[in-house]
Design a protein around this ligand. Structure first.
Ligand code: ADP
Length: 410
């Protein structure tokens, strides 16, 4: 089945065309036919990029004024690159949807009720869900006969038990406003856990994992027998690890203090927390780990401090989740930083030998942008680098949800 995977943002659409079916899933031979993206939608300088491996990327800058025009253009570009001969070859669409609240613990074919529930969750993710939904509307218009599936970032974490998802607030806030830990990056954590089990030929029940997704946003998850039992992001993607521009865990009273000292509004504070904290805030120069590693190597004190704080927070969570799991089989690093920054992985795991986590320096240094083990032979916990592939899991979920829908209808 050829599936169009869409990740729709406020002025961008990322897309992949993936071919998958039951046999391809089983043998890990699903095929990414094409990938691409359109940015700056709504302007006369929108950029369109399409890659059909192994050919080089094709990029153009053109006027794309609406979201509908952008999706139409993306599909046209897939035809121009011979990724599809005709639009009718696209048999399903899989959408990344950021927030599924407590409504969704799995991926679903979108119908009227699902649409309504995604809309309800928009209040919890105002920067994401409305755009994800808009992607659904334009895809429905372009491909009216084709089933569309929603795959939620939060769904994997719906198994987190109340002791880990209820905050120490008056319980009425949970009842009235659904304030609780939801967790995000679920598709990525689920993918690398699946991949870990595949590599070692293990069943879900036999593996406990800690998975660290370190990209611009960062989160870490404890996975027991295939189920997320705790995760660092919370009610929003602000909680937990230090990130590119977000501070992660903080004493909430410090925020009131800053607001009162600097006379900030709620809006000012939200902007500060989203855009000016984390690696960027501490270093004062960049949210990009590559820049900070280079600056630190040149003797930059603030860059070094930012990296230290970033890695120490990861280490603390590894300890916390080791306690939550009781026994850990594997630790997985993924995301742009997790996959490509040996120095970060080394510092985050430094001194964890007593916890059964030992990294082999040479293996670690050699493992950038590819899958493999970085723990030493004597390490009780296997430490792995596994590049994430959320789009692949979205395509597989879409295939399965469509098949299930067909079966359910008899
Ligand atoms: P997003 O969360 O937006 O998907 P990514 O997963 O692509 O982001 O991760 C972006 C982060 O990965 C940036 O901080 C970037 O510096 C970091 N990164 C990418 N390549 C490297 C590298 N070679 N070394 C260190 N960090 C890297």
């Amino acid at each position: 089945m050829k599936i169009l995977v869409l990740n729709c943002g406020s002025s961008s659409i990322k897309f992949q065309l993936i071919e998958t079916d039951a046999e391809m899933i089983e043998s890990d031979s699903d095929r990414t036919i094409a990938r691409g993206g359109i940015e700056r939608i709504g302007t006369n300088e929108a950029t369109l990029k399409v890659v059909v491996p192994p050919n080089p990327a094709r990029s153009t800058t053109e006027e794309i004024l609406s979201y509908q025009a952008a999706l139409n253009r993306a599909v046209e570009a897939l035809k121009e690159c011979s990724a599809v001969a005709d639009i009718s070859q696209i048999e399903a669409v899989g959408h990344r949807v950021v927030h599924g609240g407590e409504h969704f613990a799995a991926s679903v074919v979108i119908d009227g009720k699902v649409e309504e529930d995604i809309q309800k969750c928009a209040e919890l993710a105002p920067l994401h869900n409305p755009h994800n939904l808009r992607g659904y509307y334009v895809a429905r218009k372009l491909l009216p006969q084709v089933p569309q599936v929603a795959v939620f970032d939060t769904a994997f974490h719906q198994s987190v038990p109340p002791r880990a998802h209820i905050y120490g607030l008056p319980y009425s806030y949970y009842r009235r406003y659904h304030i609780r830990r939801y967790g995000f990056h679920g598709t990525s954590h689920r993918y690398v856990a699946l991949r870990y089990r595949k590599i070692f030929g293990k069943a879900r029940e036999d593996v406990n994992l800690i998975t660290a997704h370190l990209g611009n946003g960062c989160s870490i998850t404890a996975i027991q027998k295939g189920q997320s039992i705790d995760t660092s992001m919370g009610f929003t993607p602000q909680e937990g690890l230090v990130m590119g521009t977000r501070c992660g865990d903080i004493d909430p009273a410090a925020l009131f203090y800053i607001m009162s000292k600097d006379e900030l509004t709620l809006h000012d504070m939200a902007t500060l927390l989203n855009k000016f904290c984390g690696l960027y805030g501490i270093s004062g120069e960049s949210n990009d780990m590559r820049d900070l590693l280079a600056a630190s190597a040149r003797g930059g004190e603030q860059a070094r401090l930012a990296i230290e704080v970033f890695c120490y927070r990861i280490k603390k969570y590894i300890g916390a989740y080791s306690a939550a799991l009781g026994h850990v089989d594997g630790l997985v690093f993924t995301g742009g930083i997790g996959e490509n920054a040996p120095a970060v992985r080394a510092l985050a795991c430094e001194g964890l030998g007593e916890w059964g986590i030992q990294i082999d320096a040479a293996r670690n240094a050699a493992m950038t942008g590819k899958e493999g083990e970085i723990s030493s032979d004597g390490s009780r916990v296997r430490v792995m680098v596994i590049p994430t592939n959320e789009e692949l899991l979205i395509a597989r979920d879409t295939f399965r949800a469509v098949q299930k829908g067909i079966r359910d209808r008899g």
